[in-house]
Design a protein around this ligand. Structure first.
Ligand SMILES: Cc1cc2nc3c(=O)[nH]c(=O)nc-3n(C[C@H](O)[C@H](O)[C@H](O)COP(=O)(O)O)c2cc1C
Length: 281
């Protein structure tokens, strides 16, 4: 099912990782909307998202460098097929769609790749052969102001501050085709990433927006391709919101993927016409 991606654009600006929850259950409407997303938004066959309604003590682990998630009763779990080469990308894309839908519904979230109990997840979700839980997020009501614990966790600017667009994209990305990539890059800058590592990098090649992943020391074992998938969703959402059509083509490792505008096809046709009928040039 095609989802109205543009409806998630405002959620990109207001989303922030929240780690303290009120224990209040989701409303029936919120639950139904999240369930519908999990069921209907399935563009890939190697990734899916499931909602666990009473997750109990799913988020229990104390994790050095991160802190604790408390009070969450409901969770989104992000599942991928181990052997599929693109599954981490797809988990990132779908997981972030669920996170933005939850944000749109007024709920808090926090991606986590390690602060949950795998055995508790397994008791709530039936995994098919070859599937594994790659990451999860609590989802629920949060106090409007961050708790003391949350404030301590985000005390260091490194935990939340973002690189400028120029730090993630070469300058041509900002000027190409009347600046059509500027707004999607702004949307990517706001994306979540483990320990806020912000590894997305962009270039323009053949009119396409190409996504690569910054090399460098791993600060966490979370696969960078999850971050790439999250960035790809943010680009799609911003493109839809600004009325641009196109689609991602996944590649190998560099670039990981390129977003090809549909307009380029029109440009190609125009070029072909110019070649065949020089009178018009
Ligand atoms: C794939 C992924 C894994 C993450 N894992 C954790 C985690 O294990 N624990 C945690 O507290 N935050 C985790 N985060 C949240 C990041 O720390 C957070 O996104 C980042 O610091 C930026 O802050 P913001 O989300 O509030 O914008 C993760 C984020 C992503 C995208």
């Amino acid at each position: 099912m095609a989802y109205p991606l543009a409806a998630w654009r405002p959620a990109i600006d207001v989303r922030q990782s929240r780690r303290t929850y009120t224990r209040a259950p989701l409303t029936q409407e919120q639950t139904a909307k999240l369930r519908r997303l999990c069921k209907d938004f399935r563009p890939f066959d190697d990734a899916r998202v499931e909602l666990i309604e009473d997750a109990g003590d799913l988020f229990t682990s104390d994790d050095v460098g991160y802190g604790r998630i408390s009070g969450a009763r409901t969770a989104l779990v992000f599942i991928g097929r181990v052997k599929s080469p693109q599954s981490d990308l797809h988990v990132g894309y779908l997981g972030e769609a669920a996170v933005l839908e939850a944000t749109r519904l007024g709920l808090g979230t926090c991606w986590t790749h390690r602060m949950y109990s795998a055995s508790t997840v397994a008791s709530h979700v039936a995994l098919d052969y070859g599937e594994r839980v790659v990451a999860a997020s609590p989802v629920g009501f949060v106090p409007s102001a961050p708790s003391i614990g949350e404030r301590l966790q985000t005390l260091s600017p490194a935990a939340t501050e973002r690189l400028p667009v120029a730090g993630i994209a070469e300058s041509q990305c900002l000027t190409h085709s009347r600046g059509m990539y500027r707004e999607p890059l702004e949307a990517v800058r706001r994306a979540p990433s483990p320990l806020n590592r912000q590894v997305w990098r962009f270039t323009v090649e053949d009119g396409c927006l190409c996504l690569t992943l910054a090399a460098g020391q791993e600060v966490t074992r979370c696969p960078k391709r999850i971050d790439a998938g999250i960035a790809m969703l943010h680009v799609d959402v911003a493109m839809a919101a600004t009325g641009h059509e196109g689609k991602w083509e996944t590649c190998g490792s560099a670039p990981v993927a390129r977003w090809r505008p549909r307009l380029a096809v029109v440009d190609d046709i125009a070029e072909e016409n110019d070649r065949r009928h020089p009178i018009y040039t």
